[in-house]
Design a protein around this ligand. Structure first.
Ligand code: NAD
Length: 437
């Protein structure tokens, strides 16, 4: 099948590459000329494990193409995926201007039947709005389908090639047949495709992300309570997770959720609720708890230094919002660094993958180390903000030699307590006993 993907970010590029890998001819459209030029030369614009190899293979096989020209791509395709940003507006609602302005252009440009597939995360009713915008421009027949994306950054290729399920919201039999054809390589291997109406499909995405945000936040509150009563959240987590009604995933406490999805989707669902005079009380609480959880360790750092961190050097391991991505949108690291700088501390950060994105925001307000150990030179404390695998089994002897003080604030609970203890470190993590060193 010939497919256009509009927007080649984390979702669009991975979806486009996957659909090309499955044998389709895919035309990726983006307004970012530099990005498109780079992709034409084989440069992958994002960091995503295992993407580059598949990307290059499909360019070479002439199944994956890049252009800034929407019209040219549309002419070649029967199906048009929208993978455009839906960032939070000032009131928290999803900003639909990217989606609706492309829909408007599609309406102007189409000359024969097309299926417009919305992969962006959008509020209930957006398929209807897209339909209205296109209808206002054309009499040509078309269908609008909701096909929310569930991939995880860091595992995007794996998730996209082997999704747990495909959700398709459509009221058109013709569009459903076309979507079934596109996803037939998945259904053939037993991956379910769940058809429903557009509104239910749109809500499925928000409900899923919000549920996961609640699960993380619930566990963070349990962790904070563990500290009050002397329980160990690791034990509680294992005890809870072995109940298959609960499951052991998303039970790891830490310094809050970030990224481009959970914070924005929770906000947008709260906002959508308000539009219907409906209060999502559980989500309002989740959002509030998460905001304070993200910086819960800064007050611990201050406490350790008797309320004054001015002039202290704090090493920060990890800048990405989670491991295996260069995405720093809503990353906890940034909230922590902002407060540390405000309070006069010096920050030396290490994250070779996310560094280039952080430089665009913080520039030389912080220093960037070339290795995790270089970041520790003369550091008064280490803050671990991302669970990159390389931080999981470090050389504590080398750390001791580099640091001014053997002090770790671990926002990702990377070490069993006995390890920092045996190495003589002060070690504060989340929901567990503090090791005094
Ligand atoms: P992104 O910011 O990484 O990428 C968006 C791309 O769209 C950019 O390359 C941008 O240049 C391009 N673009 C903007 N306006 C355009 C236009 N008029 N024409 C063509 N291209 C245009 O965004 P993303 O993270 O891929 O997210 C896209 C959507 O998917 C959002 O709604 C998001 O909520 C949703 N989503 C994201 C993830 C994720 O993990 N990132 C997962 C599931 C769903």
């Amino acid at each position: 099948m010939n497919i256009t993907i509009v927007g080649t970010g984390y979702v669009g590029l991975v979806t486009g590459t996957t659909l090309a890998e499955l044998g389709n001819s895919v035309y990726c459209v983006d307004i970012d000329e530099k990005k498109v030029e780079g992709m034409k030369k084989g440069i992958v614009p994002i960091y995503e494990p295992n993407l580059e190899e598949m990307f290059l293979r499909n360019i070479q096989s002439e199944r994956l193409f890049f252009t800034t020209d929407l019209q040219e791509a549309l002419e070649k395709s029967e199906v048009i995926y929208l993978a455009l940003p839906t960032p939070p507006g000032e009131d928290g609602s999803a900003d639909l201007s990217y989606v609706l302005s492309v829909a408007d252009k599609v309406g102007e440009m189409i000359t024969e039947y097309k299926v417009i597939v919305n992969k962006s995360t959008v509020p209930v009713g957006t398929a209807d709005r897209v339909r209205e915008v296109i209808s206002a421009r054309t009499n040509i027949e078309f269908d609008v389908v909701s096909n929310p994306e569930f991939l995880r950054e860091g595992f995007a290729v794996e998730d996209s090639m082997n999704p747990a399920r495909v959700v398709v919201g459509s009221s058109s039999e013709r569009a459903k047949d076309i979507m079934s054809q596109i996803y037939q390589p998945f259904t053939n291997t037993g991956i379910p495709i769940i058809f429903m109406d557009e509104k239910s499909s749109e809500l499925t995405k928000y409900a899923s992300n919000s549920f996961l945000a609640v699960k993380i936040t619930f566990m963070n509150e349990i962790a904070n309570y563990c500290e009050k009563v002397g329980a160990d959240v690791d034990k509680v987590r294992l005890g809870m997770g072995s109940d298959d009604r609960i499951g052991n995933r998303f039970l790891f406490p830490g310094i809050g959720y970030g990224g481009s999805c959970f914070p924005k989707d929770v906000k947008a669902l709260i906002r959508s609720g308000k539009d219907e005079n409906f209060d999502f009380e559980i989500l309002e609480a989740t959002e509030k708890v998460n905001i304070s959880q993200k910086v819960i360790l800064v007050s611990e750092i201050e406490k350790y230094f008797n309320g004054d961190i001015a002039g202290k050097t704090i090493a920060v391991w990890g800048l990405a919002f989670k491991a295996n991505t260069d995405d720093i949108r809503e990353a906890s690291s940034l909230d922590n660094i902002e407060i540390l700088l405000e309070k006069g501390a010096k920050v030396v950060a290490y994250d070779t993958v996310a560094e280039k994105n952080v430089r665009k925001i913080l520039d030389d307000k912080i220093q960037y180390a070339k290795s995790m150990y270089e970041a520790l030179e003369n550091a008064d404390a280490l803050l671990i903000a991302t669970e990159w695998p390389e931080f999981k089994n470090p050389n504590f002897k080398m750390m001791s030699e580099k640091m001014n003080n053997k002090v770790i604030f671990d926002g990702r609970n990377l070490y069993p307590l006995e390890i920092p203890e045996q190495n003589g470190f002060f070690y504060k993590s989340i929901g567990r006993k503090t090791i005094l060193g």
